[in-house]
Design a protein around this ligand. Structure first.
Ligand code: ADP
Length: 498
């Protein structure tokens, strides 16, 4: 099959969250199964070049040519260029448009208002991603790819199925590709004011209640849900939750109506990137299931060295996360003082809401030898934290899949998770009688439930059961292989129905 993946981010070139892992890792598995894969993403500058240099990828990229293309946004005809590179047998197409994609941050801009740092969405996100969505189709045509499948991700590329099936592109593809949309997080729908509608070049009939109109605004994800042949989401539990009022974020009714074309496929992790046996950031203290002596040595060295903590043998509670309401960071903050009365240390790597960052900075100043807090997106540090941690906390209010808990398990860092979404599908609660399970789960999104779970963790940490728990976690199969097979099956079945 010829598989085209369109995403606003993909590892190793640009990443802000789990979406990048999915869009960058699945192609490798598709390639291994003999398929031809094209990944389309915006050419973010200078980020992509910086990542290529940082990861020393230049010699691994083969330039395959450039494509000039034209996109119409409202009255403007925009000429631009795409750069095609082969990387590990996969074609990456970087879509250039400097006025849209040459910025320090992918989706938000930072500003200082009255001395306080704030973040806000780029005001032209609509233009940026409508441009990108049209560009993907124009370039695919110019390259004469003839894709069997176009797999889109989240609101940024949700317009691709809409455009492809509209008069703008209808009949221009040699064969009609299967259009798949994966919803990674329903909290982000791409909602924009009606005043921007003309930029789509779609006729007015598309702006209606049963299409893209949403409470007087435009909802890009809604368009994708209606016009794609298949919708997938990143866990079965989240698929079910999305059809409920509590989790559907206003689109539950629409998703229920479309349930017959909805599938849940759990994410996995890339074992080439996340494997404590081979992880270069741990060298020479690599470790694996059944032998965690080096894990302990690594933890002690890392805590007393890089993190500057004391009582390094105490249980280490860790987190690598966006600092947002979704991730339940406020629960951790509410429980913080009480957590500090327990014999444990905490390390958090995360960035996000400035309020949360400031509270965590306050705690760092108050407990400098017990709590390490680092901000920014720091991949190497993330590796070290996964390795050093004894328990990994994810108090998420909702969690479509979650990659943190999957990585943590592989590193023998036991997840403490709230019972929601993909966390339910991927972590089993420790059962002391049966000695099964690989995590600790709690029910309510409250500081009290979180604290109780951490206390359970502390008693397990002190018991003989801890080794079994850690072993169970490290042996859990969390790789992409199964998920990739499920996606391929779906592509094939849908393709046959075309
Ligand atoms: P989401 O995509 O909702 O942010 P996931 O758990 O699905 O959450 O994926 C988050 C991914 O991003 C994980 O691989 C996690 O390790 C990584 N990550 C999150 N914050 C940071 C950070 N500040 N630095 C490095 N990696 C991070």
């Amino acid at each position: 099959m010829k598989i085209l993946i369109a995403s606003s981010e993909a590892v190793p070139f640009a990443k802000t969250g789990g979406l990048a892992d999915v869009a960058g890792t699945l192609p490798k598995y598709f390639k291994e199964e003999g398929h031809e894969v094209f990944v389309f993403m915006p050419f973010y500058k200078p980020l992509i070049q910086e990542n290529i240099d940082k990861l020393q990828l230049r010699s691994k990229l083969k330039h395959k040519g450039n494509i000039n293309f034209k996109v119409t946004l409202g009255n403007a005809e925009m000429q631009s260029k795409a750069y095609i590179y082969e990387y590990m047998g996969i074609s990456y197409v970087f879509v250039e448009k400097d006025e849209f994609f040459k910025r320090p941050d992918l989706y938000v801009e930072r500003m200082t208002v009255n001395g306080i740092e704030k973040k806000a969405d780029h005001p032209d996100n609509f233009e940026r991603f409508v441009f990108f969505s049209k560009a993907v189709l124009e370039i695919a045509l110019a390259m004469d790819i003839g894709p069997d499948v176009i797999h889109c991700h989240d609101w940024q590329t949700a317009m691709i199925p809409v455009f492809a099936k509209s008069a703008l592109f209808k009949g221009r593809f040699r064969k009609i590709p299967v259009m798949i949309l994966t919803i990674h997080n329903i909290a982000f729908q791409g909602i924009f004011p009606y005043s921007k509608w003309f930029l789509t070049s779609l006729d007015a009939s598309y702006y209606s209640l049963d299409k893209m109109e949403y409470w007087g605004d435009i909802n890009l994800l809604k368009g994708g849900i209606i016009y794609s042949d298949v919708i997938t989401t990143v866990s079965n539990q989240y698929r079910r939750e999305l059809q409920t009022k509590e989790y559907g974020a206003g689109l539950d009714g629409l998703l229920s109506m479309n349930h017959a074309k909805m599938y849940g496929i759990l994410n996995g992790i890339d074992k080439e990137e996340w494997d404590p046996l081979k992880d270069e950031h741990l060298h020479p203290l690599n470790y694996g299931p059944g032998n965690t002596t080096n894990k302990t040595k690594f933890k002690l060295a890392f805590l007393s060295g890089e993190l500057g903590l004391e009582d390094t043998e105490n249980m280490l509670l860790s987190a690598v996360t966006r600092l947002t309401h979704q991730k339940g960071i406020d629960l951790l903050i509410d429980a913080f003082e009480e957590l500090m009365t327990l014999p444990l240390n905490i390390v958090i790597l995360g960035s996000g809401d400035v309020d949360y960052e400031n509270k965590l900075i306050y705690f760092r100043e108050k407990y400098p030898r017990r709590f390490a807090f680092r901000t920014g997106f720091q991949n190497e540090l993330a590796h070290k934290i996964y390795a050093a941690g004894d328990f990994f906390i994810m108090p998420s209010r909702f969690e479509p899949c979650g990659l943190g808990q999957l990585i943590a398990m592989t590193y023998g860092n036991i997840p403490i998770v709230r019972r929601t979404g993909g966390l339910i599908d991927s972590v089993a609660d420790w059962d002391a009688a049966k000695r099964t399970g690989e995590g600790i789960m709690f029910k309510h999104a409250t500081a009290a439930d979180l604290l109780a779970a951490v206390k359970t963790a502390l008693s397990l940490y002190a018991s003989m059961d801890f080794n079994t728990l850690r072993d169970n976690a490290m042996k859990k199969n969390v790789t992409w292989a199964n998920s990739a097979k499920e996606y391929l099956k779906l592509y094939r079945t849908e393709g046959m129905m075309k």
